[in-house]
Ligand binder design. Structure first.
Ligand SMILES: *[C@@H]1O[C@H](CO)[C@@H](O)[C@H](O)[C@H]1NC(C)=O
Length: 620
């Protein structure tokens, strides 16, 4: 009898995994994610209780002790070990503490490109308990000054190559009492001091942890500026908790301690700095750092340095797929790609072309309080829901009116959740475990990101600005960013969807779709800026055939302009606002411009057509 029970029980246990698998084909991946996530929660709890607080800097110092001779940063022809990085950053900290009289809690703005010194500067500042404001090195004049007023930096450290940009705003900086250091050996200009010589002369001996004794989980560690598509940059306050959360992504993605990561994304943004650099420190791995992205050099770099993990963002993967095919496209050691914003078609192309690389797509905003990870590797999804998400805080997809550009409210003034499978605006409750630190010195923008009275009067949610869809298996799909959707003839047009169709036309390499205003019409009509493939002309027939076949009439771009290149932001997102403002007036746009004439196709745009539309003689 007991043998019978034992036998049944054993059989039951043996087929249990099978049953679980049938019920949920992602069972084992879900389980693995659960274990990793719980481990992260455990680590976070432990770090927050440690006195002094265990920051990413302390983690770095532990790695230095553990493997001092392991390469930390490989850059161009040089390689720096963990110990060398530690010593270099000691020198930086000493030079700054002596010559800029920095002390715990001060903020220093870093204005330089990707290079090892960037990392030494940040580590040095962290050793002094200072906050680093990471300034986009492409910005100038008014925007640059604006970044200072947000973070109240006392000191600016700028790369030698950016000296001109600093000189432009020097009088205003001096008025604000900002000390300016240039990373050069000497500097005779008034109001600026050289720093490289001072770093070179400083001692590389360790600094006392007492200097940063008051740093805790919630102290600001960094300011990272989110560009957005309009307006001046906003400084997201990144505290130590946030750095840790972003760093853990590499663990979730399955990065090992013997991996080599390729960082070419700008260090002034969260993808490169938090997910890339800080994540690499957490894993104690080697970083291959590059000044700038280069599609043609990308794979060569990966081969040369034995890169195993790459990051991507926005349009990057498409750029890689657009490079000329080579026989050795699959000859590399890259096994994992970690990032955000790859589109489903590019994903499939990428795998087919470059071989078996696991793509770990993540979703999250620099300042946001919610994220998803597609730990299953399902093509096209930006993440998968997990019960631990639900446990950490409430989030929902709510109904959104793209015309009024606001959430739909019911008679009680509350929002409604969309049914599963439908598109809605992602909002996440702001709470103790899901905080929103907001933007520094910008109450207005901080408030703008908060949504009140969502499900009950008086509640607060973070408004992600992203329209998502969650299917029955819990896979999360990106639909559009608010502002990337426009309404025409009462229909929503998702710009990315239209762009995905356009690039299927042979002659089109890239497409940027947006809505333009037409006098006397509600909403916006579709327009596309196109970059053509090399040596190809705009094939108006093929384009027309394609949009006619695949897109409903309201979504077909009515106007097309051909450009030599399409502008992208520092994070490789397409810029639309300026294009939308320029509209479709042939007197303004000097590039080739086309108009879609009903049932005829794309014809060159003329001043006459423009006038008929403007005067309302031609209804669109
Ligand atoms: C890359 O790996 C190969 C083979 O494992 C090795 O011979 C080579 O030295 C490595 N290159 C670098 C830059 O580490």
């Amino acid at each position: 009898m007991s043998a019978y029970f034992l036998y049944t029980a054993l059989t039951g246990l043996a087929i249990l995994p099978l049953l679980l698998y049938i019920r949920n084909p992602y069972f084992f991946k879900d389980l693995r994610y659960t274990i990793t996530a719980l481990h992260i929660v455990f680590r976070m709890t432990r770090y927050s209780k440690r006195k002094p607080f265990y920051s990413i800097l302390e983690c770095f110092l532990d790695k230095v002790a553990k493997h001092p001779h392991k390469p930390f940063i490989v850059f161009e022809k040089s390689s720096y070990t963990y110990r060398e990085a530690d010593e270099e950053s000691n020198k930086v900290a000493r030079a700054l503490s002596t010559h800029a009289q920095l002390k715990e809690g001060d903020t220093v703005a870093l204005f330089l490109g990707n290079e090892p010194l960037y990392v030494w500067m940040w580590l040095g500042l962290a050793k002094l308990g200072c906050t680093a404001a990471l300034i986009n090195y492409n910005i100038r004049s008014k925007s640059l000054l604006h970044c200072f007023s947000c973070c109240e930096a006392k000191v600016l450290v700028a790369g030698a190559e950016l000296r001109g940009a600093v000189e432009e705003v020097l009088p205003s900086l001096q008025q604000q009492g900002v000390r300016v250091f240039i990373l050069s050996e000497d500097c005779d200009a008034e109001g600026m001091e050289s720093l490289s010589d001072k770093i070179r002369q400083a001692s590389d001996q360790p600094l006392s942890p007492q200097l940063r004794a008051n740093v805790h989980l919630k102290s600001p560690a960094l300011y990272i500026y989110t560009s957005g598509t309009t307006g001046l940059p906003k400084a997201a306050v990144i505290n130590h908790q946030r750095i840790w959360m972003a760093s853990f992504l590499q663990s979730i993605a399955g990065v090992h301690s013997d991996d080599v990561i390729y960082i070419y994304l700008p260090l002034y943004h969260s993808a490169g700095f938090l997910m890339g650099l800080c994540g690499a420190i957490d894993k104690g791995i080697t970083i291959v750092l590059r000044r700038k992205f280069s599609a043609s050099q990308f794979l060569d770099d990966c081969r040369k340095y034995n890169v195993t993990v790459i990051q991507y963002i926005g349009e990057i993967m498409r750029y890689l797929c657009n490079t000329p095919k080579k026989d050795n496209d699959r000859d590399h050691k890259v096994r994992l790609a970690l990032g955000n914003g790859i589109r489903a078609d590019t994903w499939a192309d990428f795998l087919q072309r470059f071989g078996d690389i696991r793509i770990c797509e993540c979703y999250g905003a620099t300042e946001g309080n919610i994220g998803f990870v597609n730990y299953v590797g399902k093509v096209g999804a930006i993440g998968k829901e997990h019960f631990l998400h639900r446990a950490s805080g409430r989030y929902a997809l709510i109904r959104y009116d793209t015309e009024k550009e606001e959430p739909v409210r019911d008679s009680r003034g509350l929002c409604t959740e969309v049914p599963r499978g439908e598109t809605g605006l992602l909002v996440a409750e702001i709470g103790a475990r899901t905080p929103f630190s907001g933007y520094a010195k910008n109450k207005q923008q901080t408030e703008k990101k908060k949504l009140r009275d969502v499900f009950v009067k008086g509640d607060f949610y973070f408004n992600s600005g992203d329209l998502l869809k969650i299917d029955h298996e819990g896979f999360v799909y990106f639909q559009d960013r608010i502002g990337d959707t426009f309404r025409w003839k009462g229909e929503n047009v998702a710009t990315t969807e239209v762009a995905d169709h356009l690039i299927m036309v042979d002659c089109i390499e890239e497409a940027n779709v947006y809505g333009v205003k037409v006098p006397g019409h509600e909403g916006r009509i579709g327009m596309a800026a196109l970059k053509l493939r090399e040596d190809m002309d705009f094939d108006s027939r093929a384009t027309y055939q394609h949009v006619k076949t695949y897109l409903p009439s309201y979504a077909r771009p009515r106007f097309i302009r051909i450009r030599d290149s399409l502008a992208v932001t520092g994070t490789f997102k397409q810029m639309k606002v300026k294009l939308a403002e320029e509209g479709f007036n042939p007197a303004v746009i000097t590039e080739p411009l086309f108009y879609l004439e009903d049932s005829k196709g794309y014809i060159p745009m003329t001043q006459e057509i423009f006038s008929s539309i403007a005067e309302g003689r031609l209804r669109l």
